[in-house]
Design a protein around this ligand. Structure first.
Ligand code: UD1
Length: 363
């Protein structure tokens, strides 16, 4: 079974790594890796390939940045030729980025079986570009692998045939568990002069949070207060970095003495940073899952989540974007008022193995 695996943006790389490893080791599977080039910087892409031991992509489409339509369309045009040349049995896409829907759509239009890993997640918020990518990718996929029961339920509610759906666990957590020990050797805490459990980590990059002066400004009200109490480390996404001066917010950030901005950091440094933090504040999807396994309190600065299990059993709280709500949740965490988090079912490091087994049985 020849499988073209697609990766495009940073959060895809930790999902594709264990899949490539499991497929490489499987006698019945011949994997190929296509990088769309949606993310292309050393720190947004290459570093992840090296640290996670992902094989060099067989093909890099070199798409780069652009509007949603341009990025999606350019990816489709380039990927169509790859599928025509390579004639795979299966195209596998992960997550919810523009590369996911672009390559998925190309595959089904050419009559190639489409597999979606991390299917069924729904925030219910159609203003999120990722939600559109998730709904559309799932609607055209032939095999759908879910990380949590809510994903299975959502797909069934949308009329997806139950025979196509498999609850297999979380490939992103496969990567976390595999690299946890290695990450402990990262020197990031020493380099930044930090003590474990004596700082917070922050990430923000959702367009709904960082593309608008008023919203981003309100978030900075809360962050400003928190950093007076606890040093906050903020590895900053390129789009957020660009927006600060563009939205006239750079001065406010510069004035926060205990808020430290870093350029994007690699996987191992970030894992060490979050694993040892007192608290994590984020609008990311994957970090909600990683902190669940690390049992580090996570405040998700969004009005919704597509990963409800992290809030049901884990250490995640969906606090919204109102500064008072963020501060009140922060104080509760610092007061130590929180239940012992549990591990979601099947988040055990074996998800990619399960996927390889299920796919090989369908050959
Ligand atoms: C994309 C995903 C988002 C994911 C995020 C993780 C979509 C719709 N969004 O958002 O779901 O959470 O990746 O990072 O696919 N840039 C660089 N260097 C890079 C890549 C991007 O500087 O290597 C800058 C460019 O200015 C670009 C901007 O970041 O315009 C945004 O990149 P883009 O890929 O459009 O979306 P993300 O915000 O990264």
């Amino acid at each position: 079974m020849k499988i073209i695996n697609v990766a495009g943006a940073r959060p895809n790389f930790m999902k594709i790594a264990p899949l490539m490893e499991a497929f490489d080791a499987h006698p019945d599977i011949e994997p190929m890796l296509v990088h769309t080039g949606q993310h292309y910087d050393e720190t947004m892409s290459d570093l992840f390939f090296r640290q996670l031991g992902i094989p060099e992509p067989d093909i890099n489409l070199g798409i780069g940045s652009g509007s949603h339509a341009v990025q999606t369309a350019e990816t489709m045009k380039a990927f169509e030729q790859v599928v025509l040349d390579e004639k795979p049995d299966v195209v596998l896409v992960v997550g919810d980025v523009n590369s996911t829907i672009a390559c998925g759509l190309v595959a089904v239009k050419l009559g190639i079986k489409l597999v979606h890993v991390e299917a069924g997640l729904r925030s219910g918020d159609r203003a999120m570009p990722e939600e559109i990518n998730r709904v559309l990718t799932d609607a055209i996929s032939d095999v759908l692998f879910c990380t949590e029961q809510s994903g299975v339920d959502n797909l069934k509610n949308e009329g997806v045939d139950a025979a196509k759906i498999h609850l297999v666990g979380n490939v992103m957590i496969d990567t976390l568990l595999k690299n946890r020990e290695k990450a402990e050797q990262s020197a990031i805490l020493d380099d930044l002069g930090l003590q474990p459990r004596n700082y917070g980590a922050l990430t923000l990059h959702r367009p709904s949070n960082v593309d608008n002066t008023e919203t981003f400004g309100r978030l900075l009200n809360a962050i400003g207060e928190i950093q007076e109490d606890l040093p906050i480390i903020f590895p900053i996404h390129p789009r957020t970095r660009k927006n600060l001066p563009g939205l006239g917010l750079q001065d406010r950030v510069d004035a926060m003495a205990n808020l430290r901005l870093l350029d994007p950091i690699g996987y191992l440094d970030f894992l060490k940073l979050t694993a040892n933090a007192t608290i994590v504040l984020t609008d990311s999807g994957g970090i909600q899952e990683e902190t669940t396994i690390l049992k580090v309190p996570c405040l998700t600065i969004r009005e919704n989540t597509e990963r409800p299990i992290t809030a049901e059993v884990g250490s995640n709280q969906i606090v919204g974007t109102d500064p008072e709500a963020i501060l009140s949740a922060y104080r509760n965490v610092m007061d130590g008022r929180r239940p012992e988090p549990q591990t979601p079912p099947l988040w055990d490091g074996q998800a990619a193995q399960r996927i390889a087994e299920i796919l090989s049985q369908q050959a």
